[in-house]
Design a protein around this ligand. Structure first.
Ligand SMILES: Cc1cc2nc3c(=O)[nH]c(=O)nc-3n(C[C@H](O)[C@H](O)[C@H](O)COP(=O)(O)OP(=O)(O)OC[C@H]3O[C@@H](n4cnc5c(N)ncnc54)[C@H](O)[C@@H]3O)c2cc1C
Length: 288
């Protein structure tokens, strides 16, 4: 286990090599760090640097991308320390979860993607990958200092450091469903074309059988949104077998958003409803 004293800021960085070491070195003032790209933003915004950082970079259980079988179901398992750059290009992610690769390509610029990790993106709770993981029905493996368990993304979003000071995301589990890959979509809307924070990030999936919408999942995040599923709008689309006008209204009602100095709440709702309407119409028409 390495230790680095960063001197000027009086921050000690510990670099454990395995999960089991973390509980031993964890202090009350510790903070986990992976690529440090989101934390760097926080520190630049004036949030105090902690005096003790525990780096996730060398923890062996947080690395690797492979297919695994759990309860006879196949999953793509992605180590939380996988960089966003690797998520854009890794053969298995491109093959089994192409919308995740697509979403990661739209996060920040190459230098940030080379350092930033998928685990840090999820752990920060506002990352653009989260809406995609919602619609892929991904799960998270988390380590609580004693054991690893599997939880949903929704459960992760509800966790607080106070509840469990040692909760670490170790792996992301994505169910492998090779059918209907083309029925997934991701779109990030920013105030300019590239290298920009999202106004909204939208992910979606439609299942169509006998010309009817039989399942739908939509999620929105980006900006300062806590990522959310649009359950009400999903139900309307399925219950009405694809009535896109009823769906449009339901998106505007179910999407909980905000105004800031640049974009109003009303505008965000309209953009979300327009994108979802257009993407769903495209998928429905293609199936006919
Ligand atoms: C210029 C710039 C542009 C950016 N643009 C975008 C963007 O467009 N979209 C976007 O989504 N993000 C963006 N980000 C934010 C950030 O780069 C990403 O969210 C990145 O994925 C964070 O990963 P990281 O490894 O650097 O996390 P860190 O900064 O190391 O950590 C982030 C948080 O997660 C915690 N953490 C890290 N790993 C784990 C783990 N395994 N288990 C539990 N907790 C953990 C840390 O304690 C911290 O609270 C941007 C950042 C910068 C600097």
């Amino acid at each position: 286990m390495g230790q680095l004293n960063t001197g000027y800021y009086q921050t000690v960085v510990e670099i454990p090599k395995q999960l089991g070491d973390i509980k031993k070195i964890k202090r009350e003032d510790s903070l986990f760090i992976a690529g440090g790209t989101l934390l760097q933003l926080n520190w630049e915004a004036g949030i105090n640097r902690p005096s003790h950082l525990i780096s996730m970079e060398m923890v062996k259980e947080l690395h690797g991308i492979q297919k695994v079988s759990i309860d006879r179901k196949e999953f793509l398992e992605i180590g939380a320390a996988t960089t966003l750059a690797d998520c854009c290009e890794h053969k298995s992610i491109v093959e089994h979860a192409p919308i995740l690769a697509d979403a990661c390509k739209k996060i920040a610029a190459p230098a940030v993607r080379n350092r930033g990790t998928i685990g840090g993106n999820i752990a920060g709770k506002v990352g653009d990958s989260i809406p995609v993981l919602f619609v892929l029905e991904a799960k998270l493996c988390v380590y609580d200092g004693e054991k690893e368990t599997i939880i949903s993304i929704q459960e992760w979003l509800k966790t607080t450091i106070q509840q469990n000071p040692v909760l670490i995301i170790t792996k992301i589990l994505i169910p492998i469903k090779n059918k209907e890959k083309e029925n997934y979509f991701f779109q990030k809307v920013g105030r300019r074309e590239s290298f920009t924070a999202a106004v909204i990030s939208i992910a979606g999936f439609l299942k169509i059988a006998d010309k009817k919408v039989t399942a739908a999942r939509f999620a929105i995040g980006g900006g300062a949104h806590l990522p959310q599923r649009l359950i009400g709008a999903e139900e309307i689309l399925v219950d009405t077998s694809g009535d896109l006008f009823a769906f449009y209204k339901a998106v505007e009602t179910s999407f909980s958003t905000y105004s800031d100095a640049f974009v109003t709440e009303k505008y965000r709702k309209k953009v979300a409803a327009n994108i979802l309407f257009a993407k769903c119409r495209e998928i429905i028409e293609k199936s006919e």
